[in-house]
Write a protein that binds this ligand. Sequence first.
Ligand code: NAD
Length: 287
Amino acid sequence: MENLEVMSETTGVIGAGTMGNGIAQVAARAGYSVAMCDVQDEFLQRGMNAIDKSLQRDVDKGRLSAEEKAAIIGRIKTTTELGALSDASLVIEAVTEDLNVKTDLFKALDQITSLETILASNTSSISITRLGAATNRPDKVIGMHFMNPVPVMKLVEVIRGIATSNETYERVRSLTEKLGKTALDCNDSPGFVSNRVLMPMINEAIFTLYEGVATRENIDGIVKLGMNHPMGPLELADFIGLDVCLAILNVLYDGFGDPKYRACPLLKRYVDAGWLGRKTGRGFYEY
Ligand SMILES: NC(=O)c1ccc[n+]([C@@H]2O[C@H](COP(=O)([O-])OP(=O)(O)OC[C@H]3O[C@@H](n4cnc5c(N)ncnc54)[C@H](O)[C@@H]3O)[C@@H](O)[C@H]2O)c1
């Protein structure tokens, strides 16, 4: 049996995609009531199905009882109305990696929620300082960068915008620990630490494929066997989503104005073709 305290506080999660449904799952599993919001019922249903499947794997392995699974799912309410998140003490945004979409959302959340509510973004690269500036509470805006797959990965990279207060950081660090994760903080800078280090490696692997240096299998195999990485960079890019990788590289390129971050033309071509990786059934590999 899991030993947990059921919290009265509601955590809002916006976006029911790859990351949003994972975040909703870990928050509900830690005992929080969760309100998960997306723009269409169909996306919410898909997110709930992913949560069900992920928890069922733990039931099958004897790590969770069927009753606990039902209780976790029972703590997640779904909605297409942003207003349903008005009483949340923390909102974690995990919508599409697009500055305009996120800025509009932060402006709306600033109107809907209490001034005490912390507004966190799971963005992979967008400036937390800019999202904070879209609100009247930049001290309560922070980055909570979960890793994919959220239920498995231990790290939350916590990003402090220029105006994020220490109190906000401490509350988020403590919550991250309650979710069973480890918070490591950094300052706001394009790509933060994780993607500033990871994306140039992925991009360079795509360049080696583009230039015919090796096959996709050998590029991934060399990194896996030679550097002890659990996944090769091309496989990992497919897993993350090629559109997400391209968006992050563009943020690094624009943010630093340094040509070393320019996205490989092959990555752009795949995104133009709609070959976005696992989520569309085709990327560097076929699924
Ligand atoms: N995929 C990864 O590996 C990964 C890892 C870490 C962080 N991130 C970041 O997490 C965020 C989400 O990425 P994802 O991979 O889950 O994307 P996704 O495309 O799987 O899901 C995004 C969801 O947001 C919804 N959405 C878009 N606009 C919305 C709005 N205004 N209100 C409510 N819902 C809205 C979409 O309908 C979709 O269901 C991005 O900022 C991304 O950079 C992704």
